[in-house]
Write a new protein. Structure first.
Length: 503
């Protein structure tokens, strides 16, 4: 409804009759919805439709003039009508008027005017009118300003304040809190670059006292990394004294893992490297499976000399199934294989081959087995084929292991390839493989790597299955693909019967 010249709604809000007695009171009191009935009056205040403090009854419907201000009931009704009209003009989901069904906004608490009295409503009425919401652009600007104020409050230190602290040399007792602030951390790094020996020594001493906490802080870890680059061998020893007991905990933290990687870089060429290795040795498996800790193990493999990798290889080989079956661990196993040589690689590859039947069926472990096959180590490949042979019918129909079977067909030695092909050509499983969503790819791969005369014998086993294969859409496409690639399937040539393949 629109507002008339006098500031009142131009059309009826609650129908032609005056507003019900309890509507204005309920609206002013902030009660959800439009209800009727008495509402508890304030102290010393008359209540429309109820009773004055002295006991005299007041009529809520007294008077009919719109502009009249003669009694409390009329003023309350006027305020209710104005409030309802504005609510209908600016609806908010979730509130409905009991009279017209229009959606009403939730009333806001009354704002107190001078002396604690309620502010007057629109057009001189005393009923509270809910304030209009700001335009969308203004709302966005307001929210942005509020969040900026909160962010500034959380930020802690301002640049001007930091400059005063450092100018007065009063920063020594506040290094820990300054390092946790973004601007403060940058200023501390600038002071380190300036090279003042007293300032550097003060910062180092304070950071050393809170090293574990600062290494895991979103900003403090950068100051720790900066200090590590500048440390002498003796200072690195002091750092290890403080953090070695918590090194695994720090490595499992998103920010701490970065600081530990920097520590590995600066310690690798010092006599303190064995001490760092000893701090990590008992937790290699848990670190390899952690989204942050696995980066620490990778950095050890990259930074430490080959003779220092043995503690990682031993731990991974002992729990190869657990590590290789993990999202992050499978990558660490592959990095270990890359970094290993001689006896270390033999230990890792041997553990993987012995557990290959379990790993090939795992969503992540199958990649580790394929990686070993890609090394073209005939001894390792033969061990993997030996573990999966006799189970090719089952493994070829599984999503993950079918990839490994194909890889074995491509990379194993010819003698073992023929053994695998004859197992796949067994009429008892060949039909199921051709109809399977994964198995048909294994059969196609086997046909692609089968030499003559075994290919002719293999096709003679496939040919009797083509009519049943064409019975469904997927099988029809497979049959057409095979017939296109091997025309002898259509001509009926090739000789031999179903049992001509030596199984």
């Amino acid at each position: 409804p629109l507002l008339g010249a006098a500031g009142y709604p131009t059309g009826p809000v609650f129908g032609e009759a005056a507003a019900p007695a309890g509507v204005a009171s309920a609206w002013q009191a902030g009660v959800s919805g439009v209800t009727s009935g008495p509402v508890a009056p304030r102290a010393g205040e008359q209540q429309p439709g109820g009773q004055a403090p002295g006991g005299e009854a007041i009529s809520a419907t007294k008077g009919t003039g719109r502009g009249g201000r003669g009694d409390a009931g009329q003023r309350s009704a006027c305020g209710a009508r104005d409030s309802t009209a504005l609510a209908q003009a600016n609806p908010v989901p979730g509130r409905r008027s009991g009279a017209s069904g229009a959606t009403l906004s939730t009333p806001a608490p009354q704002a107190a005017g001078p002396g604690g009295a309620p502010r007057s409503g629109l057009g001189g009425c005393d009923g509270w009118v809910e304030p209009q919401p700001p335009p969308p652009q203004q709302q966005v600007a307001t929210q942005g300003a509020g969040s900026g104020d909160r962010k500034q409050q959380r930020g802690g230190y301002k640049i001007s304040h930091l400059e005063e602290i450092f100018a007065s040399n009063a920063f020594a007792s506040s290094v820990q809190s300054i390092a946790k602030d973004q601007a403060g951390c940058r200023m501390l790094q600038q002071k380190l670059d300036e090279g003042n020996a007293d300032v550097v020594a003060t910062i180092f001493g304070e950071v050393l006292n809170h090293g574990v906490e600062l290494m895991m802080d979103p900003f403090g870890n950068y100051l720790c990394q900066k200090l590590m680059e500048m440390c002498s061998v003796q200072q690195l020893q002091l750092i290890l004294d403080k953090v070695c007991g918590s090194l695994v905990k720090i490595s499992l933290n998103m920010h701490g893992a970065r600081a530990v990687q920097k520590l590995i870089d600066v310690v690798r060429n010092t006599p303190h490297m064995p001490r760092l290795v000893a701090a990590l040795e008992g937790s290699v498996v848990s670190l390899t499976k952690d989204p942050n800790g696995n980066h620490v193990i990778q950095r050890c493999l990259e930074a430490f000399p080959a003779e220092a990798h043995a503690f990682i290889f031993r731990a991974v080989a002992c729990d190869v199934v657990d590590v290789a079956s993990h999202r992050h661990g499978c990558r660490i196993v592959q990095r270990c294989i890359d970094a290993s040589a001689g006896e270390g690689r033999a230990v890792l590859v041997g553990a993987i081959c012995r557990n290959s039947l379990t790993l090939v069926q795992d969503p992540f472990g199958n990649y580790v087995v394929q990686y070993v096959l890609g090394l073209n180590d005939n001894k390792a490949n033969s061990e993997i084929v030996r573990c999966i042979r006799g189970r090719l019918g089952v493994l070829s129909r599984q999503k993950f292991s079918s990839n490994v079977v194909e890889k074995c067909l491509e990379l194993c030695i010819p003698e073992e390839r023929i053994v695998m092909i004859r197992e796949l050509a067994d009429p008892r499983i060949l039909g199921e493989l051709l109809r399977d969503v994964y198995g048909n790819y294994v059969v196609q791969c086997a046909l692609a790597v089968t030499p003559e005369p075994d290919l002719t014998q293999f096709l003679s086993c496939v040919r009797p299955l083509l009519p049943s294969l064409r019975a469904n859409g997927q099988g029809r496409r497979i049959a057409q693909k095979l017939e296109k690639k091997y025309p002898q399937l259509r001509s009926g040539g090739g000789g031999g019967g179903r049992g001509s393949v030596r199984v």
